[in-house]
Ligand binder design. Structure first.
Ligand code: ATP
Ligand code: MG
Length: 335
């Protein structure tokens, strides 16, 4: 495809995130339906050209678990990327429509994401860096694929300078400023799987006595690619019901960053991720033991103990998912 802006006809808005927006378009000369992502960046022309060059690696990414790439071009002052259109959208949108996702489907999602991550890393040495339900897409054939991975170092830098991100899928080691590794993606996968299986973001306050606010759309002034050097060293756990904990909790009521009934600031959430035990697939007994075990393995707080995506492809739950005859195409036809 020799993509030119004037050959693309807008059909539908698909959504918008922090870094830009996505539209369904038709490439008129070839009648190909695509998703066009406009990436808002604040960078010099030379940097924009560099980004465009780096994005060309995506032409070489060929996997059933990775969104295909049609091309990218400059659309002053932004960058446009045209990628495979997935007609069932992203998994966050899907669970918000149909509710908690069946654990057997979740196991297929885990398998697809691990295959995609392993392909990206083994073949191209690419680390995804942004695994979350909105970056896992599904189509009516029942295919599950990942998108929005960090192919371009320059793009990662440029977005970090301009956007204000939700950082809630970030691993404890990233919050504490360590290097990104494939294992950070495994943490993000674990959080995402719990979110899909429960139908809600796992770091919510529902275990507390007085409210059940949800933190999934917290925004802060942090970007996923900028390490933070804050006071986020692990600390001994405090008793949740101690006087001090209760007082702090009351105090924190007043400092939510935005509306929506949230009671934890982004900083408190990040401290929570570093200091508290990782979330789990609960309640006990609702999900198969091997699913619980897999998720526990993704959410080991020490990255040295956490497995890589490639190791996890051998986990019994994933082996079972690969062999399962579960019909994802039929599942996708139910919504
Ligand atoms: P963030 O900006 O925080 O990463 P996001 O992933 O939701 O959030 P975008 O990547 O801009 O933001 O995507 C916006 C929405 O567009 C997604 O939630 C998804 O539902 C939809 N979308 C993205 N790519 C495609 C695609 N290839 N096919 C169909 N829908 C898509
Ligand atoms: Mg996205």
């Amino acid at each position: 495809y020799d993509l030119r802006e004037e050959d693309l006809k807008d059909l539908q808005e698909l959504g918008a995130g922090n870094g830009g927006s996505v539209k369904k378009v038709e490439h008129v000369p070839t009648h190909t339906i695509m998703a066009k992502k406009i990436v808002l960046i604040d960078a010099k022309p030379s940097v924009r050209k560099q980004i465009l060059r780096e994005l060309q690696i995506m032409h070489d990414c060929h996997s059933n678990y990775i969104i295909s790439f049609y091309g990218a071009f400059l659309s002053d002052p932004n960058i446009c990327m045209c990628i495979e259109f997935m007609d069932k959208g992203s998994l966050d949108g899907i669970y918000k429509i149909i509710g908690a996702i069946d654990i057997e489907v979740v196991s297929k999602v885990a398998q697809a994401v691990l295959e995609g991550l392993t392909y990206l890393y083994d073949v191209h040495r690419i680390i995804h860096r942004d695994i979350k339900p909105s970056n896992i897409l599904c189509n009516s054939k029942g295919h599950i694929k990942i998108c929005d991975f960090g192919v371009s170092g320059e793009l990662i830098n440029s977005i970090a300078d301009t956007f204000v991100g939700t950082s809630t899928y970030m691993s404890p080691e990233r919050i504490q400023g360590a290097q990104y590794t494939v294992k950070s993606d495994v943490w993000s996968l674990g959080i995402s799987l719990i979110e899909l299986a429960l139908g809600r973001f796992p770091f919510s306050d529902s275990s507390s006595d007085d409210d059940d606010s949800d933190l999934s759309d917290l925004e802060g002034t942090l970007s996923p690619s900028r390490p933070m050097k804050l006071d986020l060293q692990p600390r001994p756990r405090k008793d949740k019901n101690s006087k001090e904990a209760k007082r702090n909790k009351r105090k924190s009521k007043g400092v939510s960053l935005q509306g929506g009934g949230m009671t934890m600031s982004i900083l408190e959430l990040l401290q929570h991720i570093v200091n508290e035990p990782a979330p789990r697939l609960t309640p006990e007994g609702r999900f198969p033991k091997i699913a619980e075990d897999f998720v526990d393995g993704c959410l080991l707080k020490d990255p040295d103990q956490r497995n890589t995506p490639k190791d996890l492809l051998q986990h019994a739950w994933i082996v079972q998912a690969r062999e399962s005859k579960f019909d994802l195409e039929a599942w996708a036809s139910t919504f």
